[in-house]
Design a binder for this molecule. Structure first.
Ligand code: ADP
Ligand code: MG
Length: 612
């Protein structure tokens, strides 16, 4: 049984999300920190929550069909599949009548709107593609707000790399209509590369993103430079996608039946067969009294030419960027259609390297957008120089009201550490575990975090029982304490949250109040040395990684302070070490600040750079 112990209110994290506003499907994800993210699914509304203004269908799924309908009463429905639903808003936003694909002009009742825009007729009047997109965004924002518990502070919204200014502006307008503050628009391929962490320190080079969706095919070649993705070239085919593969199967099935079959049944069946053949080698099919079997080999034979076409388009993108296949370091798959196994096979043969396809190709763009939202809002403080360490030592009370430290201060988290204890009295069958936080060896000068009892110990002589106490702190600073008696396996634990729940002043105050006896001095010396070594190490790395951020003379000042600290560590005066450490931290303060700022401004600069 674990009990939750709230030490103080955690500061609320900003409510930010990434949104993949897709042609066929859209989804929303949120950052979890540490470069991770998760998709938010629609769901039943928790009791008492106000009904959303619009109704979204398929509400418990992660993928929301990118569609909206308006009825005579002006009621809006989002995410439906049937007639009356406007589905291809993304292919119309920011375009004039004469720029629209022929198929859309045939499918919808369109009329010209003001400033060379398009209007779509609905039973409640003409709507613009921007309005359709806004309703989809609003539906996604509503599900995110329910999950995050309040209005959104910002969103990163993805757009195709080839979107021009008007299309990007129209997407921003849609977000504004939906009341969503836009942190930035992010190119879809860049989002996919971010989801795979291809922007992080050791990763370099060029990324080819292969995105095969329902009706479109996009290729982008990105180059990573100084943590920023630049788009080197884009290519694609706006009339090539999963639908074409469905159509091939429909034709094949109809020819096997030997007579006409209803087109919509054939279409749906073709799609189902295609999707099944991504998972297995053969599938059985029945339609209009006919029954047969289709194998993956059959399907691959008929679809190979389509896939070759996509590879030709890859070559075209390479040519535009003046690159050879060998210049590509990573190939990333995006879009539901890349689940067809032949695609990765052919790409692996062409590029002679593994393609990245571990992340669900439907989710990868939204997840990457969420990662970016986390970076921009400070939820993700990657490479934080002196952060993400325990601010104070954590330990347990032992005999004589003394503290036995289990995790020393400044230990990087996450961390898990275990120490063995024993009983102090003969026949003792229970043990009180008192968890404390602070730098003093005396319990009363530390902060008491939790107290629990381990029962069911075998009645042994004092000093015989072996009790392991384990402290684990996860990346969120949540401390979990577990005690286990080794011979009987009796165990109990508690969760303490959050470790960072102290104010800066609390921490400073607790760091000041510490004893002065011999033992204390020795402990203080060891702590000071360990603190100093960690800072020297982290700073040494930072100086190499971000040398370009150093300003005139700064490097020398930091170097001198480092050398001074390294010398002081050799001595045995904890105060002198602390002073030298402080001097070093001061000399590096602005450099550290710039490192943090650069993470954010680089990300922002990416917006301009890859918007080109
Ligand atoms: P878009 O980017 O155009 O919104 P998606 O990326 O959502 O499209 O991809 C939709 C396409 O992916 C559809 O054609 C669908 O049939 C196809 N698809 C989904 N799952 C599979 C699968 N398992 N095998 C093959 N194709 C699939
Ligand atoms: Mg897509």
């Amino acid at each position: 049984m674990s009990r939750l112990l709230q030490i103080s209110e955690p500061t609320p994290a900003p409510r930010v999300v990434g949104i993949d506003l897709g042609t066929t499907y859209s989804l929303v994800a949120r950052p979890l920190g540490g470069g991770a993210a998760e998709v938010i699914r629609g769901g039943p509304l928790p009791g008492g929550h106000p009904r959303p203004r619009t109704e979204s269908i398929a509400s418990s799924a992660e993928l929301l069909p990118s569609s909206a309908s308006w009825d005579e009463a002006g009621r809006i429905r989002i995410g439906g599949e049937g007639a009356g639903f406007i589905r291809s808003a993304k292919r119309m936003v920011g375009l004039g009548m004469d720029e629209l694909p022929e198929s859309l002009v045939r499918e919808y009742a369109l009329s010209p709107g003001p400033q060379d825009t398009v209007r779509i007729d609905t039973p409640s009047g003409a709507v613009s593609p921007v309005q359709v997109s806004a309703e989809i965004l609003r539906a996604l924002a509503e599900r995110a707000e329910i999950s995050l518990g309040g209005p959104l502070d910002g969103a990163v919204i993805t757009v195709p790399a080839f979107f021009n200014d008007a299309q990007r502006q129209a997407t921003r307008d849609a977000a504004r209509l939906a009341g969503i503050p836009v942190l930035r628009l992010l190119n879809e391929p860049t989002a996919a590369a971010l989801a795979y962490g291809l922007d992080s320190g050791a990763q370099t080079g060029r990324v080819l993103v292969y995105d095969l969706g329902g009706g479109t095919f996009d290729i982008s070649i990105l180059q990573l430079a100084d943590g920023v993705f630049e788009v080197l070239s884009t290519s694609g085919d706006t009339a090539l996608g999963g639908d074409d593969f469905d159509a091939l199967l429909a034709v094949h099935i109809e020819s096997r039946i030997g007579r006409d079959a209803p087109a919509h049944l054939l279409g749906t069946l073709g799609r189902r067969v295609k999707e099944q053949l991504s998972e297995r080698e053969r599938t059985s099919v029945s339609l209009c009294g006919w029954q047969g079997e289709i194998t993956r080999a059959d399907f691959e034979a008929m679809s190979a030419p389509l896939i070759e076409r996509t590879l030709d388009i890859c070559r075209d993108a390479l040519r535009q960027a003046d690159l050879q296949v060998g210049d590509i370091d990573h190939v990333v798959l995006v879009g539901g259609s890349t689940r067809m196994p032949l695609i990765s096979e052919r790409l692996e043969a062409m590029f002679e390297r593994c393609v990245h396809r571990d992340i669900d190709p439907d989710r990868v763009v939204a997840l990457g957008a969420a990662v970016q939202a986390g970076l921009l809002s400070g939820i993700d403080q990657s490479e934080a120089l002196l952060l993400d360490v325990t601010p104070l030592s954590l330990g347990v009370e032992t005999a004589g009201e003394l503290v036995d430290v289990i995790i020393p201060r400044n230990t990087p988290i996450p961390v898990s550490q275990q120490t063995e204890f024993t009983t102090g009295r003969d026949g003792q069958t229970g043990l009180i575990v008192h968890v404390v936080q602070g730098e003093s060896p005396l319990v009363q000068e530390c902060r008491s975090l939790a107290r629990f009892t381990l029962r069911g110990l075998p009645p042994l002589a004092a000093g015989v029982a072996r009790i392991a106490i384990q402290f684990s702190i996860d990346a969120d600073g949540i401390l979990q304490v577990e005690a286990e008696e080794q011979t009987t396996g009796a165990r109990t634990g508690i969760e303490v949250t959050p470790v960072h729940g102290l104010t800066e002043d609390d921490i400073l105050e607790m760091l000041r109040t510490s004893g002065t006896d011999e033992q204390e001095r020795e402990a203080a010396l060891r702590r000071a040395r360990s603190d100093a070594e960690q800072v020297l190490h982290a700073l040494g790395r930072a100086l190499v990684e971000d040398a370009r951020l150093l300003i005139d003379g700064e490097s020398d000042r930091i170097q001198t302070a480092s050398e001074n600290l390294a010398r002081t560590i050799q001595g045995d005066d904890p105060e002198a070490i602390a002073d030298a450490l402080q001097a070093l931290e001061q000399s590096a303060e602005h450099f550290s600040q710039r490192r943090m700022d650069t993470r954010i401004s680089q990300a922002l600069a990416g917006e301009h750079k890859d918007a080109l």
